[in-house]
Design a protein around this ligand. Sequence first.
Ligand code: C2E
Ligand code: CA
Ligand code: CA
Ligand code: CA
Length: 280
Amino acid sequence: AKEQGRNRFNYFTHSMQQQARYRMKLIQELREAVTGNHFEIYYQPITDLNTQQVVKVEALIRWPHAHRGHIPPAEFIPVAEDTGLIIDIGDWVFYQAVQQVVAWRETYGIDIQISINKSPIQFRDEGARFDAWLNYLTQNSVAGGSICIEITEGLLLEANDNVSTKLLRYRDAGVQVSLDDFGTGYSSLAYLKRFDIDYLKIDRSFTNQLDVDENNVTLCEAIIVMAHKLGIKVIAEGVESQQQADILKGMGCDYAQGYFYSHPLPTEQFEQAYLKHNKR
Ligand code: C2E
Ligand code: CA
Ligand code: CA
Ligand code: CA
């Protein structure tokens, strides 16, 4: 038993060492990816359920790794947050999104709103960058409303004046705000009243059970009714079937996003599928 215990201990330390080494390597590679601009942005359409038009997309970052295919954001975003690299990555995503708005406008004559994800950490050190972002919008003649930021309930939970002040600056600039993953965190209706939010995104754990779980229907319906009373539009995430889309439309949901419509696509594929008919 003693022998076994020691082996287990050895095995444990070994795997911890491996984990630590893997993490160090990932951090190093992430740094290189940031300086070398190795990221890409994929765009996932957000469909207006009333018109069936796509006038919004969510920007989702991709990291094509030299030897490992795409490393999923769920794996590297937390590391980027821990190391502060998320700040530079967030900058890159923002500038990229603004350029994309301009490019689509020029090539296809269409104004598409791009939603970008912001983790709470990105808010901490936004002060000086914020003015640079606004300048960039102005220089490129892009209205604030062409950009939407997606934040999570966690940010509102640590809510202090700082957060509301920052959100107000976005509002003043015309930038819209979505509350992401709604229903998964400490969802509080108080946030919705206290912060001026434009969209609420119902988490996919609710939407993709709509056709099998009656309780989720009740929940989604309640969220939609409440949001509308507060002047907030609702986006359903993770819609994977026609049936789910129909139920959501029937409940008055405003927008839907998910594999049923499209996976997130690289720019060119998105253009091929959604914009080429508009080409000037
Ligand atoms: P999220 O913001 O909740 O993004 C939605 C995720 O759901 C995306 O995963 C998307 O590909 C996936 N998805 C979309 N439709 C469906 C569907 O019908 N079914 C299922 N099962 N999944 C669907 P992805 O791209 O792997 O991103 C994961 C998370 O990484 C995002 O979750 C977001 O929190 C974070 N993330 C992605 N890009 C960025 C970024 O540029 N900055 C920051 N800070 N976080 C990002
Ligand atoms: Ca999101
Ligand atoms: Ca989400
Ligand atoms: Ca509002």
